[in-house]
Design a protein around this ligand. Structure first.
Ligand SMILES: Cc1cc2nc3c(=O)[nH]c(=O)nc-3n(C[C@H](O)[C@H](O)[C@H](O)COP(=O)(O)O)c2cc1C
Length: 171
């Protein structure tokens, strides 16, 4: 079981769709309390304060992270996130950006792994159509991919399946 007050969800509040998905993930956890932290207001110690981190970002500019995450990435490498589990979600548009679909997940994965964190919450690439993604390892995404532009009807189920998985993996 997930213990109370152990999960911090970090997202960019200026990326509106990502912020909406962040709140849905928080709600899906129900009783297990998840703190929502806007990275625009986060300090290094906030990342270090939680045992379990959920981090979310959309992909912009053909395969890059939106502003603020790109500023935080260099800071992450100076943190000690050993023994922490990190689950990543990302928003992207597989139709218009098939060569960079949810690349942001992959960029966050690389950054958190190099800070010593253990990645969790991988999901199948089945049900998506794209050519290339930095988020893919083998036949899985290194996190949860959400496409509100092309597959809005799948969002709710994807979130609830992922959160159920995280409830088991976050321990
Ligand atoms: C200028 C621009 C560039 C984008 N580049 C990518 C991309 O490289 N890969 C991708 O999967 N999605 C890309 N997208 C799609 C966004 O990630 C998607 O619309 C997402 O839902 C936006 O969420 P946000 O409002 O939280 O930023 C791009 C969107 C825009 C407007």
């Amino acid at each position: 079981m997930v213990k109370m007050k152990q999960i911090g969800l970090f997202y960019g509040k200026n990326t509106v769709k990502t912020a909406t998905i962040a709140k849905k993930i928080q709600e899906a956890f129900g009783e297990a309390k998840v703190d929502l932290i806007a990275i625009e207001e986060a300090w290094q110690k906030d990342f270090e304060a939680y045992n379990f981190l959920i981090v979310g970002a959309s992909t912009w500019f053909d395969g890059e992270l939106p502003s603020y995450w790109d500023e935080i990435i260099p800071v992450l490498s100076t943190l000690d996130l050993k023994n922490k589990k990190v689950a990543i979600f990302g928003l992207g548009d597989q139709m218009n950006y098939p060569d960079n679909f949810v690349d942001g997940i992959g960029l966050l994965a690389k950054a958190f792994e190099s800070a010593g964190a253990k990645l969790t919450g991988f999901t199948s690439t089945e049900g998506y159509q794209f050519s290339q993604s930095q988020a893919v390892k083998g036949d899985q995404f290194t996190g949860l991919a959400i496409d509100v532009e092309n597959q809005p009807e799948k969002t709710e189920q994807r979130i609830s399946d992922w959160v159920e998985k995280l409830k088991k993996e976050f321990q």
